[in-house]
Design a protein around this ligand. Structure first.
Ligand SMILES: [Zn+2]
Length: 323
């Protein structure tokens, strides 16, 4: 999948590499779904390639073949282990050991963190020393969508590289090619709801997340009496973090409308009420963000807090019909 908005970044990285001006630990940061991992992966391939022709890895040398088959012995991807919530210190110790060995294919070894902010404190501390005194030919590429949660000591030892969402037009054109089976209205809405991040919008449309958002919108605008709350909260709890995220998104759109900001890019937002007291909407929005935070942290019984939130929302809607 080609991501055209990354080209300028690739060219800049290539030039820095050629000039020997790329630090050994680039930190690629930016919101979810703008292509950080793709750029990081490209950079790893480019660094390991034995025969780069122009900005891109050649795609033909032994290193490129090994990367394509996922068996390059000098490439180490670091991610959260399946049974864990964060990157543990053992994973970092293991990586540091491997990074100190002599490369087996070319002259470089690359460790790639797809989610560097998922390192726990001990893991981050263990990584610090390697960042300070890198072995020759050792590269660490870090990706993060929450760089602020990385220790400042880590950030300051990396070369920071910000990736932002591309211009809306570029993103919309790319999305129309990738998700051509989806109608334009949904594409445009998903792109706005994903904060302009094309890959996030694409994932939203392809994995049923967008439909889920629409069904949550439906719940918000239907009369409370039409609802079977027990069943609904069961459904909502199933992916509580995702539910909270959608509640926050829809509430954010209401706040926009209350401020008189156009939401024409998200046509379904017109179904949301635009005559609610702003501060109560803001409070519910904050609660939804807080809910998402606690749900992501693995907090249990989200059905209770979701139910409480919904009651408050219903009371708000009720007060409106009485006015
Ligand atoms: Zn190559």
């Amino acid at each position: 999948m080609s991501l055209p908005w990354l080209e300028a970044h690739k060219n800049a990285l290539h030039e820095r590499l050629e000039a020997g001006r790329l630090g050994h630990a680039p930190l690629i940061q930016g919101p979810k779904g703008v292509g950080k991992r793709e750029l990081a992966r490209w950079l790893a391939e480019r660094i390991l390639c034995l025969n780069p022709a122009g900005p891109d890895p050649c795609g033909q040398c032994r290193a490129c073949e090994l990367m394509a088959s996922g068996t390059h012995p000098d490439f180490f991807g670091i991610d959260i282990p399946e049974d864990r919530q964060s990157i543990p210190v053992d994973a970092i110790r293991g990586l540091i050991e491997k990074m100190q060995l002599t490369p087996s294919v070319g002259a470089a070894r690359v460790g790639l963190f797809v989610d560097a902010d998922a390192m726990n404190r001990n893991a981050a501390n263990a990584l610090l020393k390697t960042l300070e005194e890198p072995a020759p030919g050792a590269w660490l590429i870090l990706c993060s969508d929450q760089p602020a949660s990385l220790p400042a000591t880590i950030r300051s030892r990396c070369q920071q590289l910000a990736l932002r969402p591309p211009p809306l037009e570029t993103a919309a054109r790319w999305l129309s090619e990738i998700c051509s089976e989806v109608d334009e209205e949904s594409r445009s809405a998903a792109l706005v709801l994903a904060g302009g991040a094309p890959l996030a919008a694409c994932a939203m449309l392809e994995h049923g997340e967008f439909e889920r958002g629409l069904s949550i919108l439906e719940t918000l605008v239907e009369p409370a009496s039409d609802r079977r709350s027990g069943k609904l909260l069961d459904e909502w709890q199933h992916d509580a973090a995702g539910t909270w995220q959608w509640l926050a998104r829809w509430l954010a759109l209401i706040m926009k409308r209350l401020r008189g900001v156009s939401t024409v890019d998200v046509p379904m937002a017109a179904r949301l009420p635009a005559d609610l007291p702003a501060e109560r909407v803001a409070r519910l929005w904050e609660q939804a963000l807080e809910g998402r935070r606690t749900a992501s942290a693995g907090s249990l019984r989200q059905d209770l807090s979701l139910g409480k939130w919904l009651l408050e929302w219903d009371a708000l809607m009720e007060s409106r019909s009485r006015r």
